[in-house]
Design a binder for this molecule. Structure first.
Ligand SMILES: [Zn+2]
Length: 259
């Protein structure tokens, strides 16, 4: 009898040990798949960071992936896709280590364009990414193609995933209105609105190198110039030094590019 009890104890001990091991292994695998080489190969923003910042970037990516689910809709989600989504989330708020996207639970990745139900914005951009509202609250929809393209082409001022995360940063204060109140000190609100108005006028006249989609409204303006800021900071600083300075006040960063 005693022998049987001892056997049961040994086997249940072994069972729990193996369950524990497999849980730990999953965690380790997720962490291991976010390694320096993958980040350096695919993310120009990461390459431009110094060693200690790179380590922090890696940690922030793992942290983001611990609370946001990434689901493929009719498409497979690769480890690289997960990393690129997380990188797009981390980049705009990298100067705010405590930041958490409390308004996001899940990112839905679509192979290319969304179905008609989700075409709510204008001009082609609509089908590449959007932040859900109403019954889609807490979800972001992204085209996998646009996600990958945003990081493959480092010189076109476009990055759809960063654009969508900037909308979430904007939305964090309750209004998606192009004024990210949680990041921008109050004293810069008026200069920021003046800048938005002035540049939107230039864009409407066709006298600007900024993506004209930014004239849709102030929220789109903010998202579009933020893409430019993180993709081509050098060019933005050269062509629009005052805009660059204000975006620096918002994001508290001077992104450098290493193409
Ligand atoms: Zn947008």
């Amino acid at each position: 009898m005693l022998f049987a009890i001892v056997l049961v104890l040994i086997f249940s001990g072994l069972y729990f040990a193996s369950t524990k091991r497999s849980t730990n292994k999953t965690v380790l695998d997720n962490a291991a798949s976010v390694n320096d080489a993958v980040l350096a190969d695919n993310i120009a923003f990461f390459r431009a960071l110094d060693k200690s910042e790179q380590q922090r970037f890696e940690k922030e990516i793992i942290e983001f992936l611990s609370y946001v689910k990434i689901t493929g809709v009719n498409t497979e989600v690769t480890d690289l896709d997960r990393i690129l989504v997380a990188a797009s989330a981390v980049i705009p708020v990298f100067a705010f280590p405590e930041w958490k996207y409390s308004n996001l639970k899940e990112v839905l990745l679509y192979p290319d364009t969304f179905n008609n139900d989700f075409k709510t914005e204008g001009e082609g951009r609509n089908v590449l990414g959007m932040v859900g509202s109403g019954y889609m609250e807490g979800k972001m929809l992204l085209s996998k193609y646009a996600l990958e393209q945003g990081f493959t082409n480092d010189s076109d001022k476009n990055n759809t995933a960063i654009h969508e995360f900037v909308h979430l940063v904007d939305k964090a204060d309750g209004d998606t209105d192009g004024i990210p109140k949680q990041l921008l000190s109050k004293q810069y609100t008026i200069p920021w609105l003046d800048m938005t108005y002035k540049l939107m006028q230039e864009m409407l006249k066709g006298k600007s190198d900024i993506n004209p989609y930014g004239t849709t409204n102030q929220a789109e303006f903010f998202a579009v110039v933020s893409e430019y800021f993180f993709e081509r900071p050098d060019l933005l600083q050269q062509k629009h030094p005052e805009l660059y300075q204000l975006l620096h006040e918002i994001f508290k960063q001077d992104p450098k590019v290493q193409l």
